[in-house]
Design a protein around this ligand. Structure first.
Ligand SMILES: [Fe+2]
Length: 201
């Protein structure tokens, strides 16, 4: 296909679309249009948040500082790679259901609920805090979406959200949160232990 310069504006418009974002085409996979639409909607939200968390890991991989520089530099890149795999898994599930996966940075920036970090460098405690906050947001959304998918009979989406998204995010939270012993998380656990002891008293 030859590009006509006079039609250049078409490249930035919507008139080139063969399927609108937010719609689902038919797929003979024994799932109602309504069910596939609901799953695609929550998968795209989790996809946008996962892309943002993936990029947050790369930012921190580059910008990390301090005595734990090397181990965090490596750990953040490992998690980046694992989140990148989840991005592909989520996007391909959206397409499998007949939907359109969110893809480009500008659209992701408009959609994600993860707070935008500054362009500059932050210390390790702040980096870890941002990562844990992003993980928890995704974990919460995955729990909710998995429950809804199961109730709707979308077992494939439920399995993906539980086996891939939930478990991977929970595991990464373990590895990241162990870097801030004594910086809030240990206190929270202690509080929970105290309130548990009080209930049993
Ligand atoms: Fe690198």
């Amino acid at each position: 296909m030859k590009l006509n310069p006079s039609k250049e504006t078409h490249l930035t418009g919507h008139d080139t679309e063969i399927q609108k974002y937010g719609t689902v085409t038919n797929r003979p996979i024994s799932l109602d249009h309504k069910v596939r639409l609901a799953s695609v909607d929550s998968l795209n939200q989790i996809l946008a948040d996962t892309m943002t968390l993936r990029d947050l890991y790369k930012k921190h991989h580059w910008q990390v500082s301090g005595p734990t520089f090397y181990q965090l530099h490596l750990l953040f890149d490992k998690h980046y790679g694992e989140q990148a795999e989840l991005v592909d898994t989520l996007a391909e599930r959206v397409q499998t259901l007949g939907g359109v996966a969110i893809a480009m940075a500008a659209d992701v920036a408009e959609t994600t609920r993860i707070a935008r970090p500054p362009r500059g460098r932050e210390d390790v405690t702040m980096q870890v805090f941002r990562l844990l906050q992003a993980h928890e947001l995704i974990i919460e959304a995955a729990h909710e979406a998995a429950k809804a998918a199961a109730a709707n009979g979308d077992d494939g989406t439920n399995d993906l959200l539980v086996s891939d998204v939930l478990r991977r995010n929970e595991l990464q939270v373990w590895f990241v949160s162990e870097h801030i012993v004594g910086a809030g998380i240990a206190d929270k656990d202690e509080e929970a232990a105290h309130s548990l002891a009080a209930t049993h008293a």
